[in-house]
Structures are given as C-alpha cells and as structure tokens.
Design a protein around this ligand. Sequence first.
Ligand code: BES
Ligand code: MN
Ligand code: ZN
Length: 492
Amino acid sequence: MNFELKPLTLVAAAAEKCDALVVLIADGFRPAKDDLSLLIGKAMKSEDFDTAPAKLLSLYQPVQAHATRLVLAGVGVGGARQVRASLLAVLAGLKGVKLKRVVVCFAAPAKEEAVYAIVQAMADGSYVYTTTKSRKEGRTLQKVVVCANNASELQMTFDKAAGVAVGVEFAKEWANRPANFSTPTLLGQAAQDLVKSARSAKFDCQLLGPKEVAKLGMGSFMAVAQGSEQPLRFIVLHYNGAAKSQPPTVLVGKGITFDSGGISIKPAAEMDEMKFDMSGAASVLGVFRSLVQLKPAINVVGLIPACENLLSGKAVKPGDVVTSMSGQTIEILNTDAEGRLVLCDALTYAERFKPQAVVDIATLTGACVVALGGVRSGLFSTRDSLGAALFAAGEASGDLCWRLPLDEEYGEGLKTQFADMANIAGRTGGAISAAKFLERFTSKYPWAHLDIAGTAWKSGAAKGATGRPVGLLVEFLLAQVLSPVSESTYAK
Ligand code: BES
Ligand code: MN
Ligand code: ZN
C-alpha cells in the first residue's frame, strides 16, 4: 500500500477522483463558501452530523465531490486518539467495499499527531491476513492520499509514519503466522531476506545454529530448545547508519515460536495463542523493516533467540540446573518461565557491542496482562533517563507503556539452595520478579525491558497481532537522530 501527502485544501480534495473521500471534521468547524463545506454545515445544523469522535455520515456519489463515496467523520479535538478511533470506524463501516484509492482530508490545518494517526489507522484497519488461507483475498486498498493545506510542515512526520506502518505490518504478519509457518528456521530466513531486500551494505544478518550457540555457552537458551525437533536459531541483525564509533542500541526480542509450557505444560484452552510468543522477535524484525525504509543516521543491533518450548523425552525438567552464558547457574523450577531463560543469554551476548542501551521486548508474563491489560506495555529500566525516553516515545507514537518498579526486594523470591538463582519467584508481582531475573544479566550497560504480553496481540473475535511496540521503538530510535546519545545520556 502506498501513502502520499498532498498540499490540498478541502475544495481541491473534493476534486480528487477516488473510491472514498473521508473528511475529518474537528470541534469548532466553520463552513466556508464552497459546496462541500456548505453541505457539512447543513448536516450539522440539522443534527444529522456532529464532530464527536467516530460520529459518521456517509453519502453515495454526492454532487459536492468527485468521490464515489463521501464520509464525514467527527474527530472531536482532533488528537491522535480521536483520529484513530474515527478512521477505524470509517474502515469498519466500509468493510466489504473494494476500496482501491482513498483520500483522507482535514477540514482545517492538520496537527502532526493527527497525520501520524491517519497513516497508522489506515494501514492497521485495512490489513488482511492471508498467508495460510487458500483464497488470497487480501487488502484491496492500494493508495491513501492524505490532504492538508499545511502539508509542507507535516512531511517529516508523514514519512516517519509511513516508515513505521510498514514495520508494524511486517511484525503483525510474522506474529500472526501459525507456529508451523514461523519456525526458528523460517524466522531466520525472514531476517536474512529482509536484509537482502534492503540492497544496502548498511544492513547485515548472521544466523547461528545449535553448534555455534553451544560454543558460546548459552546453556540456558539451549535448555529451552532441547525438547523440540526444530533446531534453534540465534539471529543477529545489524544496521549501521552512523559512524562505527557511535555505539549501537541493541534490541533483543523473545522468539519462542510456540510456548506449550514444556513439562510444566499449559492448560489446553487458548494454548493456540502461544504462537504469538515470538511477538518480541517480530517487533525487532518490524523495526528493521522500518529502518530499511527510513535509513536514519544511527546504529542498531537486533538479537533474536528463537526456539520452541515443547515436551519430549529430551525436554528440560523442573529442578534441572543449567549454566547460562554469563556463568551464573539457574534452577529451572518451572519450564513455562522460558522467556527469561532464552533472553538472559542474549542479554549476555549483547555485551560485546558495548551498547549505549539494550532494550528487550518480550511476551514475558501473564502477570503483566493482569496488571496493565491490553492498553499499555510494561516498562522496566535500570536507568531513569532511559525509562523516561522510552515512556516519552510511547506517548508520542500512541504505542503506550507504563513504568513498573525494580526494587531489590522484588528479587528476593529468586533465591534457591541449588543454583545462583531460580527461574521463578512467588505468585505475586510476577511481571516484576521476571524483570528482576533479567536484570541480573544486564550489569554492563543501560537496560530496559518491555513486557508486551498484554499488548502484542488481541484475543477473541478480533484475534490477531497488533504489531506493537514497533511504533514505540522506532520513535525511540529516531529521537536519537535529533539528540545523539552520549556516554552521560543514560548515566546512573
Ligand atoms: N509466554 C508466557 C507469558 C504469557 C502468558 C503471555 C499469557 C501472554 C499471555 C510465558 O512464557 C509464561 O508462560 N509465563 C509464565 C511465568 C510463570 C510460570 C512464572 C506465566 O506468566 O504464567
Ligand atoms: Mn511460558
Ligand atoms: Zn512464553
């Protein structure tokens, strides 16, 4: 799908030929003298339409526009939230209509956050999953033209939004694929193909298999993978958009392509949703897809430990003790707490890049879903400045998160007689004790952790991946272009 920003007024937008013209109308709208404005004014006077968010009025082949369909859409105060809600309602209302070309126009000068939201909502609302359907009736929408009379001042935000949209979609696509279509091997190939598609020496990808990972001493990661017939992959992605001297940001994505729980097996109900347990990995791939398009002047490394968590005669057992790459030993009391076991070795591997910051992204705990639901991801950081930067990126992109604590006391439950630590603590504060486990592997650099268990996918009738938190991460990375990170930025 293609996005274009045009410097057009409402009158000019009405002259565009398209399958649908969507006019976003905010509070305080005052009709001008043109036919379309007068029509809007009339509809408002008769109370058939008002500017409340997601209030819609649809017309077919109106004489006031060249469009086949005209939709007036209220956006209230015209912020990102309202624009998003309104456009998703418009697309839901037009479901089943084979739209190819849509023009979205603001009836007044548009805010940056609104333009960003238009692009996200149009991409999100028109996505159709087809990979494992026999009839490939995917998205019909080919072109979205966004019109604003202040277009020139919006171009940067618009380009960023379009770059984020392709990344979000890439993440959604890979997270949605069933586990037999997104094995560790296939994820590795996706990373390699992505790098090839960039046709740029700034991108690179290395794939490590069981032998290389054993040589690195990643005993914790290997323990999770050992119950599966699928060979594990450790995926290393590089983007060098800046000078070599500039330390990279490292993103680590949990890549459990299916989480059965292992010997500590999960209940059958909704176990299918554990195909989404590689959503952290998908978000790292998504960020790299965005980088291919945006090519900002920064350095980024992506790390993905990918494997299945299954049961077999070879599977790791409760009580088994393993040695992580860091040298610390771990007693695996619950094989379903596997995310932290694959992440900890990736976090140790990250040290070699002397990173300015490491951010891991993981569908880590059901406890985080209980705490924050599906609205905000859980955010943890050992540095306040890094936590603040990620929080701010969430607010700016609408891909929200919320900081949770890392007090020492939360880690006490990880004590055990039989190893340096156990992989689970008590029943309470589960999202935090999981973060406390990871923290033990991050002493060498500024670190943050995003628990996306509640935000990476939706359950129920609308079951599917959300592509989060690609928006947050790209926003966070692009902020580094405007104010480059120095040694003191994320100081303790
Ligand atoms: N992948 C799950 C976390 C999860 C659960 C994500 C539900 C989304 C929805 C993770 O591997 C897991 O099983 N965590 C356990 C940890 C527990 C055994 C300490 C959990 O949250 O129950
Ligand atoms: Mn698990
Ligand atoms: Zn898991």
